[in-house]
Design a protein around this ligand. Structure first.
Ligand SMILES: *[C@@H]1O[C@H](CO)[C@@H](O)[C@H](O)[C@H]1NC(C)=O
Ligand SMILES: *[C@@H]1O[C@H](CO)[C@@H](O)[C@H](O)[C@H]1NC(C)=O
Ligand SMILES: *[C@@H]1O[C@H](CO)[C@@H](O)[C@H](O)[C@H]1NC(C)=O
Ligand SMILES: *[C@@H]1O[C@H](CO)[C@@H](O)[C@H](O)[C@H]1NC(C)=O
Ligand SMILES: *[C@@H]1O[C@H](CO)[C@@H](O)[C@H](O)[C@H]1NC(C)=O
Ligand SMILES: [Zn+2]
Length: 285
């Protein structure tokens, strides 16, 4: 039984791990959703609970990577995880950049956030044309992705996917360093490889260190429930100022890079979680 379990685990890792090519890795999404869950209003908690499938047992974080797992089944959804902006411009414009490789407008992570936000406004109506369970899972995942700096990256290197680096001694691509490696190394070095301890540390900083910024993170003016242009603009700025900065094809990234980029990763995870909660609270009133 024990060895059967480990075999199953190995197979799971082998077949599931390579799927997460674009997007925070599993832990990044888990952290974002976990932070959000702790900040939901009572009405939002009730709506989320009623939309989540039974097996999630009310835990949104457990399904925060669902959108990565359906990329093959829902092939149309794969361009919705990121935005490609023109090389080296370091700006984001919806009309210029939010399209897929065939040029279809709105098909990027910012467009998807608007799309699934609008769908969720049907919650509580008699009928909806949409599957609101899927809308909730997509929105929760994409709010994480848009806060990963290299999800709003340059076109020709596909958000750092074609930039080869060494993460300490291991081969990696720059995109993966930002999806997973920085978070994993942080967990190993400072949190006994425990994702819950890292989540708690970020939550503590949301209150104590970033407390005076939180209102501005949540802010989304006028009648809008979500402000993806703000998130994407911050994203490409962080990509230029921190992710791409000082990196060339073949760079070896070690403590200098790790320790200076770590605060940016923690800060973007915090913003993603705070804003996911703020958006869900606005949507479900
Ligand atoms: C909007 O959501 C629908 C339903 O999931 C999907 O078919 C469509 O591709 C989505 N479009 C965007 C831009 O997110
Ligand atoms: C909505 O989507 C979920 C997840 O894909 C699926 O399990 C469920 O059957 C769908 N509900 C309907 C009514 O189609
Ligand atoms: C980096 O080098 C690899 C291997 O030589 C190459 O395939 C890749 O296109 C290069 N990436 C960039 C962004 O130049
Ligand atoms: C929390 O904030 C402190 C003080 O700025 C910082 O040293 C620490 O790395 C932060 N931890 C996380 C997880 O953000
Ligand atoms: C909220 O955002 C609007 C623009 O979207 C801005 O005018 C306003 O000053 C912001 N308020 C805060 C508290 O940041
Ligand atoms: Zn993703």
């Amino acid at each position: 039984m024990g060895s059967f379990r480990s075999l199953a685990l190995v197979l799971l890792v082998v077949f599931v791990a390579p799927v997460a090519v674009r997007g925070w890795g599993v832990d990044g999404h888990f952290i974002t959703c976990k932070i959000a869950q702790g900040r939901l209003s009572q009405t939002a908690v009730e709506a989320v609970n009623s939309l989540l499938p039974e097996y999630a047992k009310g835990d949104l974080a457990s399904l925060c990577s669902w959108a990565d797992h359906v990329k093959f089944r829902y092939h149309w959804s794969s361009p919705l995880h990121y935005i490609d902006t023109p090389d080296n411009l370091c700006t984001y414009q919806y009309r210029r950049d939010c399209k897929d490789e065939d040029g279809v407008m709105g098909r990027c992570v910012a467009g998807a956030i608007m799309n699934y936000t609008t769908q969720l406004l049907d919650y509580g109506k008699q009928t909806s044309d949409y599957n609101l369970t899927e809308a909730l899972l997509f929105l929760s995942h994409f709010m994480g992705d848009i806060h990963q700096p290299l999800h709003v990256g340059f076109t020709s290197d596909r958000g750092g996917n074609t930039i080869d680096v060494h993460w300490f001694t291991r081969k990696a691509v720059l995109h993966h360093v930002w999806d997973d490696s920085i978070i994993e190394t942080e967990e190993e070095r400072f949190y006994g490889s425990n994702v819950d301890d890292l989540t708690n540390a970020i939550e503590t900083n949301i209150t104590n260190v970033w407390g005076d910024q939180v209102k501005a993170w949540e802010n989304c003016s006028g009648s809008q429930k979500t402000c993806p242009t703000t998130y994407a603009t911050e994203g490409i700025n962080a990509a230029c100022n921190w992710a791409y900065k000082g990196v060339t094809n073949g760079s070896v990234l070690e403590d200098d890079y790790f320790l200076s980029r770590l605060p940016i990763v923690n800060w973007r995870l915090a913003q993603g979680g705070v804003r996911l909660a703020a958006n869900l609270n606005r949507i479900f009133g």
